[in-house]
Design a protein around this ligand. Structure first.
Ligand SMILES: Nc1ncnc2c1ncn2[C@@H]1O[C@H](COP(=O)(O)OP(=O)(O)O)[C@@H](O)[C@H]1O
Ligand SMILES: [Mg+2]
Length: 285
């Protein structure tokens, strides 16, 4: 076990050295409660970054409720699960979405893979590490809540975007995520997105209250990335199976997403290990 882990660590490090064309940052998009708009956010945030000339790969790791493919109107044949089953390479399973957005689905049985089989896990990390340098961002659409796998993805990512709506149920569940993550690692960067706001004021107030509470009770500072209004064009785009930023580029939600992704790109980038660090943390934490 130790030998295999050591070998893997060396492999990941060597790959990074060889292909260090550009840093690849890993962003985990998560939420406390389900149904807050996390997948719609992750997909459209990814597309907004693509619009700003970034290369982005979205990786659907919402193990129970994977639906990035549905939002894109696609039904990919391959996934991480089939990559391992059929011994495919990572390049065989990456799908090309709109505007060159790349995406991968986890597939059925993806979660059990990590718990049970070390050889499968080695294959997963080996293949994933090849993406280093090929994209600027890997965006993980994680499941809602605090499963073991979710927590692992969150703790390993460079940035965590926590999506909540202004509803108290969504807020309290989001707070539980911050509390749990903070208890495991105080240095995780969490950025808040308030989705489905009825007004800008509601968005700002929700974020301010949330931040006050985490500061007061957890002594944890978190950032605010932005607000997305409640917009009937979002469910309408979901029905069309076209991401809302593409179906309604001039709509309210799309404009807010544009502002938000600009804000993200303007943030200072603290030194992080990117994909290499992500894989190492997933393996050894
Ligand atoms: N900003 C928004 N305005 C209106 N409806 C939204 C918005 N964001 C998400 N929704 C709706 O909320 C539902 C859940 O969205 P989804 O992205 O699947 O959530 P999650 O991934 O958190 O479960 C969808 O029906 C979607 O249309
Ligand atoms: Mg989802």
């Amino acid at each position: 076990m130790i030998d295999q882990a050591k070998l893997l660590r060396e492999k990941v490090t060597q790959k990074k050295a060889k292909k260090d064309k550009r840093p690849t940052r890993v962003i985990a998009v998560t939420s406390g409660k389900g149904g807050v708009g996390k997948s719609n956010f992750a997909l459209n945030f990814a597309l907004s970054l693509v619009q700003q000339n970034k290369k982005v790969l979205i990786f659907d790791v919402d193990l129970g409720f994977a639906n990035i493919d549905v939002l894109l109107g696609r039904s990919p044949q391959e996934s991480i699960a089939t990559m391992i089953e059929k011994d495919l390479s990572i390049w065989d399973i990456i799908e090309e979405g709109p505007n060159g957005l790349q995406f991968i689905s986890g597939g059925t049985g993806f979660d059990e893979m990590f718990r049970l089989d070390e050889a499968k896990m080695t294959k997963f990390f080996d293949e994933l590490s090849q993406i280093q340098g090929h994209v600027d961002y890997i965006i993980l659409d994680t499941g809602a809540g605090l499963s073991y796998e979710n927590l692992r993805f969150i703790l390993a990512a460079d940035d965590v975007i926590l999506v909540t709506t202004p509803e108290p149920t969504s807020i309290t569940d989001a707070y539980s995520v911050v509390k749990m993550v903070h208890a495991k690692d105080e240095n995780v960067h969490i950025k808040l997105v308030i989705n489905q706001c009825t007004s800008d004021k509601e968005g700002t107030q929700t974020a301010e209250n949330f931040k006050k509470v985490t500061e007061q009770f957890l002594n944890k500072q978190i950032g605010t990335l932005g607000y997305i209004p409640s917009d009937a064009q979002v469910p309408s785009a979901v029905k069309k199976q076209v991401p809302f930023t593409l179906a309604y580029p001039n709509g309210q939600a799309s404009k807010a997403m544009q502002t938000l992704s600009c804000n993200y790109l303007e943030l200072p980038v603290p030194y992080k290990l990117g994909l290499k660090g992500f894989l190492l943390k997933m393996l050894f934490k």
